[in-house]
Design a protein around this ligand. Structure first.
Ligand code: GLV
Ligand code: GLV
Length: 328
C-alpha cells in the first residue's frame, strides 16, 4: 500500500476511491496547512496531493528523497519549484479538465458583465433602498456586443473565453500569445496582434497566462496607460501578472474604466485602496469553484496518482520529461 498525503479535504467522491486502495492521510482542518505539518506529511508519504496554496519548494521536496510524485489540485502550478522537482525525477501533475476550463471561462464573463453593467454597485444601491423609480441615466453601463475583446494567453481557458465571446456575445476577438494559432484565428475570426496593439485597441482585456518570470507584472503602469479610458481589465489567471498597486492607481485616476479581479498579487491580501473603489468587482479566487469543476479536479488529481502508481504516464503531467529520464 502506498502512502498518500493530502493537504486538505477535497469535495466529491474521488478521495474515497484513493482510500480503498492506499493509505491516505488528510490534513484535517479546513485551512491552509502550516509549513511544519506539510513537511511532516511529505516525510511520511510516498505521494503528495497538494493545493495551489501550498508552497512546494526545495525544502519540501528535499524533505523526502523517495517522494514518488506531486499531484497538484489546480490548473496552475506556480506554487511548485518545477525545475527542482524535475531534476529530482519527480512527476508533477495538474488538473486542466474541461469543467475547470468552462468554469473559469464562465467566471471571466461573470466579472466582465458584472463590472460593465455595474451589477454589484446596483445591487448595493437597491438593497440600501435608494431606488426611487426608473430613470434614463440611472447606473448606466457598457455593452459587450460589438466590442473588442483582447485575450492575453491563448491556452484552453483563453480559447474557451474566445468561443463564448465570439459566438455568444458578438464580440470581436483579438489575442496575444507567445505562439500564433492560425486554426484558432480562422475558427473564431480572431486576429493575432502584438501586446501593445492589443492594449491600445481592446475594450475588454482578459488575462489567461500562467505565472512565469516573463508574465510577472505583464500589466504594469506603462501597459495600463496604453489602455483605452473606456476599457476594462479582467484577471482570472494569477495575481502577480498584474502590478496591483499600479492598477489601483489607474482605477482611481479613471485611466481605465474598471476591473474584474478573481486573483491578487499578494493574496489573500489586497492592495491598499482596492476595496474602496466603485469601478472594480472583486471575487476571492473562486473562478474554478463550481461543483462540476472542483469535483472533476479531485478526480483528475486522484486519477493522475493512480496512473503513475501503476507505472503509466499520467495524462496531465506538467513535466513529462521526467518519465524519459526515470526510464533511462
Ligand atoms: C486555480 O487557480 C487553479 O490553478 O486551478
Ligand atoms: C425598460 O425597462 C424599458 O422598458 O425600456
Amino acid at each position: 500500500m502506498v502512502k498518500i498525503f493530502v493537504t486538505r479535504n477535497l469535495p466529491g467522491e474521488a478521495i474515497a476511491k484513493l482510500k480503498k486502495k492506499h493509505t491516505v492521510q488528510i490534513y484535517p482542518k479546513d485551512k491552509v496547512i502550516p509549513r511544519k505539518k506539510l513537511l511532516k506529511g511529505v516525510k511520511w508519504c510516498d505521494v503528495l496531493l497538494c493545493l495551489l496554496t501550498d508552497k512546494i519548494d526545495k525544502e519540501v521536496i528535499d524533505a523526502n528523497p523517495n517522494l514518488k510524485m506531486i499531484s497538484n489540485y489546480a490548473v496552475g502550478f506556480n506554487n511548485i519549484d518545477v525545475k527542482y522537482a524535475t531534476e529530482k525525477g519527480i512527476p508533477i501533475t495538474n488538473t486542466p479538465g474541461q469543467a475547470i476550463v468552462d468554469a473559469v471561462a464562465e467566471h471571466t464573463f461573470a466579472l466582465m458583465l458584472a463590472v460593465s453593467k455595474r451589477v454589484v454597485e446596483a445591487d448595493t444601491f437597491t438593497r440600501k433602498k435608494k431606488y426611487r423609480g426608473w430613470s434614463p441615466t440611472l447606473l448606466m453601463g457598457t455593452e459587450l456586443t460589438g466590442k473588442t475583446l483582447g485575450i492575453i494567453g491563448l491556452g484552453r481557458i483563453g480559447t474557451g473565453v474566445a468561443e463564448r465571446a465570439g459566438h455568444g456575445l458578438g464580440m470581436k476577438v483579438i489575442y496575444h500569445d507567445v505562439r500564433r494559432d492560425k486554426k484558432f484565428e480562422k475558427k473564431y475570426k480572431a486576429q493575432f496582434v502584438p501586446l501593445n496593439k492589443l492594449l491600445k485597441n481592446s475594450d475588454f482585456i482578459t488575462l489567461h497566462v500562467p505565472l512565469l518570470k516573463s508574465t510577472r507584472h505583464l500589466i504594469g503602469a506603462k501597459e495600463l496607460k496604453m489602455m483605452k479610458k473606456t476599457s476594462f481589465l479582467i484577471n482570472t489567471s494569477r495575481g502577480p501578472v498584474v502590478d496591483e498597486k499600479a492598477l489601483v492607481s489607474a482605477l482611481k485616476k479613471r485611466q481605465i474604466a474598471g476591473a474584474g479581479l478573481d486573483v491578487y498579487e499578494f493574496e489573500p491580501k489586497l492592495a491598499p485602496g482596492l476595496t474602496r473603489l466603485q469601478n472594480v468587482v472583486l471575487t476571492p479566487h473562486i473562478a474554478s469553484a463550481t461543483i462540476e469543476a472542483r469535483s472533476e479536479m479531485a478526480w483528475d488529481a486522484v486519477n493522475n496518482i493512480l496512473a503513475v502508481l501503476s507505472g503509466k504516464k499520467a495524462a496531465k503531467t506538467v513535466n513529462p520529461e521526467v518519465y524519459k529520464k526515470n526510464n533511462k
